[in-house]
Write a protein that binds this ligand. Structure first.
Ligand code: MN
Length: 419
């Protein structure tokens, strides 16, 4: 049974009362601040904060919503996140007159999403990218080493990851500049320098860290969820030719750190709660620090759409699901901190490319075209092995509820040529 608001919300909206995702926005006539999406609107939280709606003990007498990032709110932890959600679901309810019957207050509190500029939701101090989809790792490994040696021996024992670059994480709709770098053609004895010829996307999701842990103090797996605020969609733009030459022995570097795009609205674990699913079976059984009897994943539908500069509309090229991940978010977080590594509020931990068993569920062009060997045809007849200049890649996702959707909006970016 859907919750009712006095705000009009379209049936297929990503942002019904059950969702209430958090983001950071700049209205045309004011400072950057924190808001919550409902339908096509944004709730201006500093306005409600000034009116005294967030004064309970969970907020520790601090003004947190007039800041230009979610970091202070993230640090407060789940009691404050739950309280905010409860207050907003009450204020936005069809039964509550406070906003419903006060036109002048509503004019201050609501902004139209199309009238504001969305900003990065957090100051991201650190960004980590996992490699947790079995089918993605298996496909890529098969291309590089053949099917017998597709998975490295460690892959089913630990959630493999690399430390990414936080400074080049950008908000959706930021153009991505085609990177240049060293590329070694397979038959050449020395590398050449030039623009990447194999620019790719990676369909991923990422979660934001709430309260951190102290250096030297691992987070046990049964407490991992306390440190996770919510999810965004992510595109980990990748230059495959640069990657192929640089990645050994220390992993991804310039092939990845030129740009990583995320969606603006952070969907909370509270909103995702009804969509929990049990994890797929893990064999071999993980070591004890990665085992939790209540561990779970989520049923989140995920799609990638490509629109070239000569197409009228985007065309779907990936159809996958968050459930295709082998390692859970609790396992990722427990593993990340097991050596005492300290996570901090606003850190971003990403899933890795989310591919499934079917061809349509492959989450990047490397897999879709099998390293460029099988180009695909778009509805207007154009062929693609890799992304071309002028292409726009958009990732979207949602959980399908009974009569409502918990959506993530979208993350999109257009490819620009080398300067
Ligand atoms: Mn990635």
């Amino acid at each position: 049974m859907a919750l009712r608001s006095f705000v009009e919300i379209a049936k297929n909206s990503h942002f019904p009362m059950e969702n209430l995702p958090f983001g950071v926005f700049k209205p045309h006539d004011g400072a950057t601040r924190v808001g919550v999406a409902i339908g096509d609107l944004i709730v201006d939280l500093p306005v409600l904060e000034e009116l005294g709606h967030f004064r309970s003990s969970e907020f520790q007498d601090r003004k947190i919503f007039s800041e230009d990032s979610l970091n202070a709110f993230l640090a407060l932890g789940r009691p404050a996140w739950r309280k905010t959600r409860e207050i907003l679901q009450h204020l936005l309810s069809a039964e509550t007159p406070t906003l419903r019957d006060d036109v002048r207050l509503r004019e201050k509190v609501f902004h139209s999403q199309k009238d504001v500029v969305m900003k990065l939701p957090a100051r991201i101090g650190n960004y980590t990218d996992f490699y947790s989809s079995y089918h993605h790792a298996h496909n890529v490994g098969t291309m590089l080493r053949g099917p017998e040696n597709a998975l490295m021996p460690n892959w089913k024992w630990l959630p493999v990851a690399y430390h990414g670059r936080a400074s080049s994480v950008v908000i959706s709709r930021t153009d991505v500049r085609r990177p240049q770098g060293q590329i070694k053609p397979p038959d050449a004895s020395a590398p050449i320098f030039g623009p990447t010829k194999s620019l790719d996307y990676e369909l991923e999701m990422a979660f934001l860290i709430g309260p951190g842990n102290s250096l030297g103090e691992p987070v046990p797996i049964d407490r991992a969820i306390d440190h996770i605020f919510g999810f965004v969609l992510m595109n980990d733009w990748s230059a495959r030719d640069i990657q192929a030459w640089e990645y050994q022995p220390l992993g991804p570097f310039l092939a990845k750190n030129f740009c990583t795009s995320i969606s603006p609205w952070v969907v909370t674990l509270e909103a995702l709660d009804p969509f929990r699913k049990s994890l797929p079976r893990q064999d071999p059984e993980p070591l004890p620090y990665l085992r939790w009897k209540n561990d779970f994943t989520f049923d989140i539908r995920l799609e990638a759409h490509l629109q070239t500069s000569s197409m009228d509309a985007p065309h779907g090229i990936t159809y996958t699901n968050f459930q295709n991940l082998y390692w859970s978010i609790a396992q990722q977080l427990a593993h990340h901190t097991v050596n005492g590594c300290n996570l901090e509020p606003g850190d971003l931990l990403a899933s890795g490319t989310i591919s499934g068993a079917t061809e349509e569920s492959r989450g990047c062009m490397l897999e879709l075209t099998w390293r460029g060997a099988n180009p695909f045809k778009l509805p207007n007849g154009e062929m693609r092995k890799w992304l071309e200049n002028g292409d726009t890649l958009t990732i979207t996702g949602w959980c399908q509820g009974d009569g409502y959707r918990i959506g993530f909006g979208e993350v999109s970016g257009r490819v620009l040529p080398v300067v």
